[in-house]
Design a protein around this ligand. Sequence first.
Ligand SMILES: Cc1cc2nc3c(=O)[nH]c(=O)nc-3n(C[C@H](O)[C@H](O)[C@H](O)COP(=O)(O)OP(=O)(O)OC[C@H]3O[C@@H](n4cnc5c(N)ncnc54)[C@H](O)[C@@H]3O)c2cc1C
Length: 684
Amino acid sequence: MTITSATETPTIISRVAGWLSPEEFHILEVACDTLLPSLEPPPGSSTALADYYRHRASDLNVAQLLAETLTFENAEAQTQFHQLMSLMASPLSSLLLAGSAKPFIDLSQERREKYLFSMANSPMAALRRGFQTLKRLSGFIYFSVPNDQGVNPNWEVLDYPAPAPPPSDAPQPITPLTISRDTTLEADAVIVGSGAGGGVVARELALAGKSVIVLEKGGYNNEANFTLQEAQATPELYLKRGTLTSKDLGLIVLAGSTLGGGTVVNWTTSFRTPDYVLEEWEQSSGLKEFTGSALQDSFAAVEKRINVNTDNSQHNRQNQLLVDGCQSLGYHHDVIRRNAIDCQQRCGTCGFGCRYGAKQSTLKTYLQDAYDHGARIIVRCNADKVLIEDGQAAGVKATVTDTATGKTYNLTVRAKTVIVAAGAINSPALLLRSGLENPNIGRHLKLHPVSIISGIYPEKVYPWQGVMQSAYSDQFAHLDGNYGYKLEVPPAHPGLLGLATSWYSAREYRDLITDAPNIGTFIVLSRDKGEGKITLDRYGEPVIDYVVSVYDRHHILHGLRQATRAHFAAGASAVVSVHSKRTRLDRPASSVVTEQQFRAFDRQLERHGMGVNRVMMFTAHQMGTCRMGADPKTSVTDEHGEVHGVKGLFVCDGSLFPSASGVNPMLSIMGLVHRSSQYIKTTV
Ligand SMILES: Cc1cc2nc3c(=O)[nH]c(=O)nc-3n(C[C@H](O)[C@H](O)[C@H](O)COP(=O)(O)OP(=O)(O)OC[C@H]3O[C@@H](n4cnc5c(N)ncnc54)[C@H](O)[C@@H]3O)c2cc1C
């Protein structure tokens, strides 16, 4: 998203002017002010509440910041945006969408709202996509971007505390290697990516006395510079600055991109791969590696190093609501184990890095061990290509950015062992860029698609406060054999609420967000049977081609219905989904929601659709794009993660999974990679 403060107008306008014409920018500004106009406050509003309603998007420079965010998109995406602006300039589109043949900017606010709502619900996928671009980004920016004092003007009404700046005295115990000229280095092993997989293999090799170089695309961020500001942490810590989506925008894709990868921003939920999944993997892959004791030993070793325990799993209000709801319906629920020490429920900002060093990410554990045993770590370093000579891995070509000067340099690392651990989106992209031709590379992408449903509770929930995930339900994990979903809980900070909250009209959207402190959200996390693929765009960057299958949509819909019941059982006064059409059930005056009312809402959820950009969907779990298997015709790597046909080239991340893990995947990745590392170190 954007790192800029809401008061930096002149710089932004000059940057934006480079790619948006003044006419286009004006349309964008009017669109943002239509989504977020100045509204008459409800009678009797406090000063803060009146200000909340009166601020329009342009008072917070939303259009400028949105345009600035899009400057990071490639030319193709920018062309699509130009097309959207040109469509909105055409009177014909207004006639079709709002019933009046004037350009969008000349319509009344009422007609413009009609125009945008029609776009959101259009049968034309491109219009729904265009609406989502405008609404998600403007909602995120409006509710998250701070002013020069580090505070967003909407937070007072939401009762959201501004984070304190990072402590000035926190140590940075790793010193990344500086590259300030074109450079060639040599090592026993070079590792691309430093997340769940990359961190583990770096340590195992370094402790075995091998010389190791880790290349990480993101920067080095830790307690010393975690701002905990959603608008700053998102671009700094997430892949593609937090704006990654599937190519049709149907799925919002969250993945970490910083030293430590996803383990720095994740929510510390630590599940071993279930036995039934391991058995399935053994059968489908033709490998005998999954059900034996070696993998269980690796899980145990990883759990010890990252301190997996239940002592840090105190429920915050949201998690307690999930427990209460499940308990009262007689559904399964249990406590989630977490890799944290002395967490104390102090914040709720795991997603922006742990200010207290409580989260035992690979940054604090495996990478630190690797560094302490001599591994060299290079950040802001993008691996472009794996070098392969006569069927043997020979190194990596990369581009490093010197943060001090902004200059980039070529880096070549020569090594006979190359470990690709760039995550399930970027690992296949790197292999494809390197000229590997196995058609399985990039295929079989699994994402655990998630949709959410929120309860509005009579009491304060503060969905941004406390342990992110500490409770779950597996009641419906086996709806169809080993396929179904988990119910869990996500944190929700104002930017995410702004992005995800449905917009049916400007007034309803703003009203709904005033409920933020009372909102509790449950997520339906499906184990996907459907799949997608990673391909390369013309710039060599990964494209995520994934549409949630009808089979998986059915499970997610089932989950939204059950989560609705759980919310009401836990005391919610209303439930609202993230469909583009108003999809809401209020507790009746009698206080009991009848079975008939539930059924009517079940039908509404289905009628309002589970298709692309009709309901918001997310993924934080990417898997399967370089899957393991005995047969090179159906897989990419062997049982050790070594790429079929290329000696010394290993994959060590979530791409390895033969299918979706069905549980939050960090521990599965770390366990598999720990086990492979025991082999890899014998070959280096
Ligand atoms: C918000 C969020 C919450 C989550 N919560 C949980 C949870 O609670 N429990 C759980 O089990 N899982 C969770 N996950 C998922 C889990 O963190 C990931 O599945 C896991 O980190 C993936 O590990 P990986 O090794 O495959 O890749 P990653 O951890 O994503 O690491 C890949 C690294 O490679 C780097 N990279 C990419 N391309 C290149 C390149 N070309 N050159 C150099 N470096 C490159 C990236 O910047 C990144 O740092 C969460 C994920 C997110 C985003």
